[in-house]
Unconditional design. Structure first.
Length: 628
């Protein structure tokens, strides 16, 4: 059985049963069954499936790990967490997040005015809200309004200018108020410590955000001089997303912990929390020995609690409350992108495609003999002979000595010989055979846009686990490249001989073959771009009732063509009028044909941009089977 690295990346969220990949929860339905049920309702193209129980699992694991660490070290501070909205702002996710986290006083983090409105409206009163990023007077005023609503909100200062604005807004909101309500204030510090990998620049002295030590001292004096020191509640830092190595975090914790203690000793009596930001990594790897994370969640929690306690004791200050803003860890696993394969591009290289003549060039006759007589004993020798013959035959074609049919026969025979040789020598792990897989890789055209649904792959080469929904009892043999349907050569997940993906050799004219892309719930949706005007795929929530049965809920279809154009500020009414006029004035159509064409046009305009999976009808299928 091929598990596609399930044991490495899935955290036991999915299992293989009865030849399909199934959800390892409640009644354990297969992803294939859910996909087919949705498609039977008429929804084609890619599907995004959301699983709220996986959001709940991640939140529970996070809180339970820190609670266990607190108990082990007898830590006196509390643990709190917020979800950074920049990771996924889609309502089907946020609504589920808030619903499953209600027992944890779990809040939201906002980095823009629009996100702040989501946080204020969705976070329960009393649960924490943190506000990061650059802010103007209007955004800070919204924070004051949220505080007056009763929200437990902390405004993180990114620069001294923001603190000046807080002082100004406080004067405007509370000058004549007997009992002023002011948001808590946090200070983001620019650490010397930095992370590693793609997002390392989030930390360190060259980072975009945070106050230097000199600015921090100046901020302290400003707060003191304006009677706001009692609002200084939190120290905040962030050293990068997807921290694969625990060591940089430990260094940053020591640095931030000492800054916290120094401020406490200086007189910041209300200071009581340290926010370690996000960065808790997700394991995306499908291959042994290529893991992206070198620590467990419990190790992460233990290190944070232990180091904060150690520094607090050594400095003689109270142990701070610990905040995290881990978004990737919470959101990544909750969604699965499912898309159908439309075509396999190399299936013309079959014995049926040969156009052999009564008299063929000698080298082609030799290739044909190699193909028919290759065995394991001679596989490597025949392989070398075939590659040598191909070079000679291509040279003969360039010189005009053989024709196009001969060239086609050469390509087919060499490809077939390579496939046979690799199959015969599959137990040999040689660089030569790995290189040959690049030459025979199958191109799978898949009905999705990498730019829309996997932008981190396109922009950052972040790999996501990929596997078919079924045929998992059958060993896949095709080295696979995945092509999306955009007209852009970057829309390809190419075959990597060091991290290979093998898929099944299937006939899409006779059966559907679906690929699932996992761990897509963090960043991919909000970063997705409308390249070629492909939009967010059709999405739905898969919820389970108390009996363990699943239900397909909150289904939102991908935007139709006119809605997409409307989003780009096209005058869709004008487009509609123009299309009608051009059909009505066409000299090539009769009156009846005009009505028919107009009806078809409106049908097409009501659809989304993704392609339809074309299944062969019974008559076509019979012809195909008879030809075999």
């Amino acid at each position: 059985m091929q598990d596609f690295g399930l044991s490495i990346w899935s955290d036991n969220n999915f299992v293989i049963e009865d030849d399909t990949v199934n959800i390892n929860h409640a009644s354990k339905p297969s992803l294939l069954k859910i996909t087919q049920e949705i498609r039977e309702k008429g929804y084609k193209g890619p599907l995004l499936l959301r699983f709220p129980h996986l959001i709940q699992k991640q939140i529970s694991s996070l809180f339970e790990s820190f609670e266990k660490a607190k108990q082990e070290f007898q830590y006196q501070g509390s643990f709190q967490a917020v979800f950074p909205l920049k990771v996924n702002q889609f309502p089907n996710f946020i609504d589920a997040l808030m619903a499953v986290s209600e027992n944890y006083s779990y809040g939201l983090e906002a980095g823009s005015k629009a996100e702040l409105i989501i946080a204020i409206s969705k976070t329960p009163i009393g649960a924490p809200i943190t506000v990061n990023g650059f802010k103007d007077k209007e955004m800070i005023s919204l924070c004051f309004i949220a505080a007056k609503m009763g929200h437990n909100i902390t405004v993180t200062i990114e620069g001294l200018g923001e603190l000046e604005t807080i002082i100004e807004v406080n004067r405007e909101f509370n000058a004549a108020v007997e009992n002023p309500v002011i948001p808590k204030i946090g200070v983001r510090i620019r650490l010397h410590s930095s992370g590693i990998g793609i997002w390392a620049k989030s930390g360190g002295y060259s980072s975009k955000f945070g106050l230097t030590s000199t600015e921090l001292l100046e901020a302290y004096e400003m707060l003191k001089n304006h009677d706001l020191l009692s609002q200084l509640w939190m120290i905040h830092f962030h050293i990068g997303s997807q921290m694969g190595d625990i060591a940089p975090l430990k260094k940053a914790l020591r640095e931030a912990g000492n800054i916290y203690a120094e401020l406490k000793k200086r007189g910041a009596d209300a200071l009581g929390a340290i926010n370690i930001g996000g960065g808790l990594a997700v394991e995306y790897s499908q291959h042994e020995g290529n893991q992206e994370r070198n620590y467990s969640l419990q190790e992460f929690a233990n290190d944070v609690v232990y180091l904060m306690q150690e520094i607090s004791k050594s400095k003689g200050v109270a142990e701070p409350d610990i905040f995290t803003e881990s978004g990737r860890y919470i959101a990544a696993s909750h969604s699965v992108l499912v898309a159908p394969v439309l075509e396999l591009f190399s299936q013309e290289y079959t014995a049926k495609g040969l156009r052999l003549k009564e008299k063929n060039p000698p080298l082609i006759e030799e290739l044909y003999a190699l193909f028919n007589t290759i065995s394991r004993e001679h596989a490597r020798e025949y392989l070398h002979d075939a590659l040598d013959h191909m070079e000679s035959l291509l040279t003969l074609f360039d010189l005009g000595y053989i024709d196009l049919e001969d060239r086609s026969n050469t390509e087919i025979l060499v490809n077939l010989i390579i496939k046979k040789a690799i199959a015969l020598l599959q137990n040999e792990d040689s660089n030569e055979l790995k290189k040959l897989q690049d030459r025979i890789q199958e191109k799978y055209l898949v009905n999705f846009s990498a730019f829309q649904s996997l932008p981190d792959f396109w922009g950052l080469k972040q790999h996501f686990p990929v596997m078919p929904l079924d045929k998992l009892q059958t060993k896949p043999t095709n080295p696979a490249s995945i092509w999306d349907i955009t007209c852009d050569s970057d829309g390809e997940i190419g075959f990597n001989r060091d991290l290979p993906l093998y898929l099944h050799d299937i006939d899409v004219s006779k059966e559907e073959y679906f690929l699932a892309f996992f761990l897509t719930g963090a960043y991919q949706e909000v970063l997705g771009m409308k390249h070629n005007l492909f939009t967010h795929p059709t999405e739905c929530v898969i919820a389970f009732d108390e009996a363990g049965d699943y239900h397909i809920e909150k289904l939102i279809e991908a935007q139709n063509l006119m809605d997409v154009l409307d989003d780009l500020d096209y005058d869709t009414k004008s487009i509609d009028t123009t299309l009608k006029l051009r059909i009505s004035e066409s000299p090539y159509l009769s009156a009846d044909e005009k009505r028919e064409v107009l009806g078809k046009l409106y049908l097409f305009l009501s659809e989304n941009s993704y392609l339809k999976t074309i299944q062969a009808n019974d008559e076509t299928r019979k012809k195909y089977e008879n030809s075999n």
